[in-house]
Design a protein around this ligand. Structure first.
Ligand code: AMP
Ligand code: ZN
Length: 475
């Protein structure tokens, strides 16, 4: 495989060469489960999915690890503000772990609906406190820490490479005092490894440690869990662009300070932000869109996936409902074409003169686009080009399109199986009802779920619950 990736570390596009040929260790920062994911967050996970699928399509084995942050993430990545989990639990009158479980389930439901392949390893911060303590002990033993005000801090002045990823300058860091300065810090860039005197009186989760009863800083969990599952050096680490200057910068400092190995991670992949027409999408600002809100407005989650693939992951993408309408039309047009190809392919009288190699050339161009730093807009154009090539044999085109969808993940095969011959509007309506029924079942509203099933039966639609989801047919 000839994958090239833009590496934030060094800001260059490089040939991807895993540390162990044919095997990739990949860690993607996961969600802080204090609220629903917003559609901007989902852009990060679609990027991880596209990367994993591309690596696997090239024949490689990928171990994809994702953390679930259920402790220690303050509203400011630089130790400022309130604990996101504690605040959310208090607002909702629930326990922290209850909140975490609820939003973790909601998160994976969203990933499934977006056709994102689940990671090989999903690890919760609260279940890896011992790994974090062990790593902090190593950092301490190597002389990179100090205690102040009851907390244990990482001293960035002891780590000369600090800020290399973000191209931060140490002198600027020293000068740049932030809005909320923790008086215990020797340098504003220093960060907490372990809070011993709880910053918040109502901190629910605390653990014993060599530094006293307390809880970990946010950054240490990603260092500890990625090392635990992928080893002291691994291939790819990914996340949103906002993580470059603080979170990932601090992860590198911790990991390399503990192990003494450099580079900790070979390739750093960062997706740009999804922005709303009215500005930045963020949970703290209150106004954010969830996947469910798109579904409630009648869109298929894969319409949103299609919208994301229309932009390159390293370019900012502006969300609007007009753009989502465009993506929905694109996906429906693709599905229509796939269905008609499937019908033509069944007709033995079709004597299509497939020009020698035309389809394989398209497939090669598609692969080249994906391997060129995951150029999904170009890859989508190749899929279109393929589908519009009327000179090629339908069965061959169909096979190639489905192979492309193995990376794009637009659900073409499923669309083909379940609903051949139906109008896209009708399919969308039924799919939306099926999604609503699944939600009702999840919320244990079985009467609501049955009402949806019965109303569909009255319209002659039979639902069948299969392992992979609910299928429907006319009965
Ligand atoms: P969080 O749950 O806040 O830790 O964020 C989860 C992931 O979403 C991280 O990789 C963030 O960098 C990423 N992210 C947050 N906001 C956006 C956005 N508007 N667009 C794209 N990615 C985002
Ligand atoms: Zn992380």
């Amino acid at each position: 495989m000839a994958l090239r990736l833009f590496n934030t570390l060094g800001r260059k596009t490089e040939d991807f060469e895993p540390l162990r040929p044919g095997e990739t260790g990949f860690y993607g920062c996961g969600p802080t489960v204090y609220n629903y994911a917003h559609i901007g967050n989902l852009r990060a996970y679609v990027t991880h999915d596209i990367l994993t699928r591309t690596l696997r399509a090239g024949g490689g084995k990928v171990t994809h690890v994702m953390n679930i942050t259920d402790v220690g993430h303050l509203s400011g990545d630089d130790d400022s503000g309130e604990d996101k989990m504690v605040k959310s639990a208090a607002e909702r009158g629930k326990g922290v772990l209850e909140i975490a479980e609820f939003y973790t389930e909601a998160f994976f439901r969203d990933l499934d609906r977006m056709n994102i392949i689940r990671p090989n390893v999903v690890c919760k911060a609260t279940e890896h406190i011992a790994d974090m303590i062990e790593l902090i002990r190593r950092i301490e033993a190597n002389g990179y820490t100090y205690s102040a005000g009851g907390n244990l801090y990482f001293d960035i002045s002891r780590f000369p490479r600090y800020g290399e990823l973000a191209m931060l300058r140490m002198d600027e860091l020293r000068a740049g005092a932030r809005a909320e300065v923790d008086g215990n810090k020797r340098n504003p860039g220093d960060f907490v490894l372990w809070f011993t005197k709880s910053k918040f009186e109502n901190q629910a989760l605390v653990w014993d440690s060599p530094w006293g009863k307390g809880y970990p800083g946010w950054h240490i969990e990603c260092s500890a869990m990625s090392i635990r599952y992928l080893g002291e050096q691994f291939d790819i680490h990914a996340g949103g662009i906002d993580h470059v200057p603080v979170h990932h910068t601090n992860e590198i400092a911790q990991s390399e300070a503990a192990t003494g190995k450099h580079p900790w991670v070979k390739y750093w992949v960062h997706n740009e932000f999804l922005v709303l027409d009215r500005g930045k999408m963020s949970k703290s600002s209150g106004g954010f869109l969830t996947l469910q809100s798109l579904v409630d407005s009648g869109y298929d989650p894969l319409d949103y996936r299609c919208l994301l693939l229309g932009g390159h992951y390293r370019s900012q993408l502006q969300f609007s409902f007009e753009a989502l309408d465009g993506a929905r039309n694109t996906r429906r047009a693709i599905l229509d074409k796939i269905r008609s190809l499937s019908e033509s392919a069944k007709n033995p009288s079709f004597g299509g003169s497939s020009p020698e190699g035309a389809v394989s050339a398209r497939l090669a161009a598609f692969t080249a686009a994906m391997e060129d730093d995951l150029a999904t807009p170009r890859a989508m154009a190749e899929l279109w080009g393929l589908l519009r090539d009327n000179s090629a044999a339908p069965a061959e085109v169909l096979r190639a399109a489905l192979a492309m969808d193995g990376i794009l993940g637009l659900g073409l095969e499923r669309g083909l199986e379940a609903q051949s011959g139906e109008s896209p509007e009708f399919v969308a309506e039924i799919e939306a009802l099926i999604a609503r029924r699944a939600e009702a079942k999840k919320a244990k509203d079985f009467a609501g779920a049955d009402a949806i099933r019965n109303s569909l039966r009255e319209r002659g639609i039979i639902l069948e619950d299969a392992k992979t989801g609910t299928l429907w047919r006319r009965g």
